[in-house]
Design a protein around this ligand. Structure first.
Ligand SMILES: Nc1ncnc2c1ncn2[C@@H]1O[C@H](COP(=O)(O)OP(=O)(O)OP(=O)(O)O)[C@@H](O)[C@H]1O
Length: 248
């Protein structure tokens, strides 16, 4: 199912200019990387996709459910999971309690969430911290618990906002392998500044700039924007730079 933004306008109350101005964008099923400079509107876009905020006009829909329609909200949130850029934690809960609590918030039965939490935590390699309190974890470990929270209720679509921030290189590789293991079963949209996260395992690249989609295409189509003279190892960076230069 695609995640569909139709003529979406979103403005923060304290701001006169909208972050998104009648944006129409369709994220195809599969795995998508969302790129864009600071302030482009990526987090805003994902928070709308997660139904955490509503557009002032236009619609956001997934699987025939409208994120702003009250009677759709429960089903929408069961299908869509979101890792925000700055996940909030209840520091005194254990990892298991926290992940189970988020599963319960997402509509799982308390018992089911409690039983599902250890396997979500195992997927991020923190089984040895199951009963440790969140406040005793390092920043990178907390980020991994946040990823486990996004996985716990088996959503159809994961919206991951800078999930690899704070992860060491081994954990970053592990996370990318985890994403690859979800191919074919879970749709994923990952916002990142780390262009190295983008590899051939992704189906689509979207570049957002000033609230507008400057590029949407396959990884190969994205790479074709690179300077032909650049070194192979720098092709992704070069493609990204040339797309943003063209937008100026
Ligand atoms: N809560 C808020 N109140 C007011 N303005 C906000 C708020 N959150 C974001 N903005 C503004 O909205 C614009 C888009 O921000 P957003 O966080 O969506 O961008 P981003 O592409 O995710 O940026 P980054 O890569 O730096 O995380 C920015 O100009 C930002 O200053």
């Amino acid at each position: 199912m695609p995640l569909h933004y139709q003529a979406c306008t979103f403005r923060y109350r304290s701001r006169s200019r909208p972050v998104l101005d009648r944006l129409t964008l369709r994220f195809s099923p599969g795995h998508t990387v969302l790129l864009g400079p600071n302030g482009a509107g990526k987090s805003t876009l994902l928070s709308l996709g997660a139904s955490a905020q509503k557009p002032q006009s236009g619609t956001v829909s997934y699987a025939d459910f409208d994120s702003a329609t009250r009677r759709h909200l429960r089903a929408y949130r069961e299908k869509v999971s979101w890792l925000p850029q700055r996940p909030g934690f209840i520091p005194g809960l254990s990892c298991r309690e926290h992940v189970a609590y988020v599963g319960w918030l997402k509509g799982m039965r308390e018992r089911d969430a409690w039983h599902a939490a250890p396997s979500a935590i195992e997927r991020v390699g923190l089984s040895d911290k199951l009963d440790d309190k969140i406040k005793t974890l390092s920043g990178g470990q907390q980020q991994r618990i946040a990823i486990a929270q996004a996985l716990v209720h088996d959503a159809e679509l994961l919206l991951l906002d800078e999930p690899t921030v704070g992860l060491d290189p081994h954990q970053r590789r592990r996370f990318l392998d985890l994403l690859a293991s979800l191919r074919g079963t879970v749709h994923v949209i990952v916002s990142t500044h780390d262009i190295g996260d983008l590899d051939e395992s992704f189906d689509e690249v979207v570049v957002l700039e000033s609230g507008k989609a400057r590029f949407r295409g396959t990884v190969q189509e994205f790479t074709e924007h690179a300077d032909p003279a650049c070194a192979p190892a720098r092709r992704l960076e070069s493609a990204y730079a040339s797309l943003l230069e063209a937008a100026e």
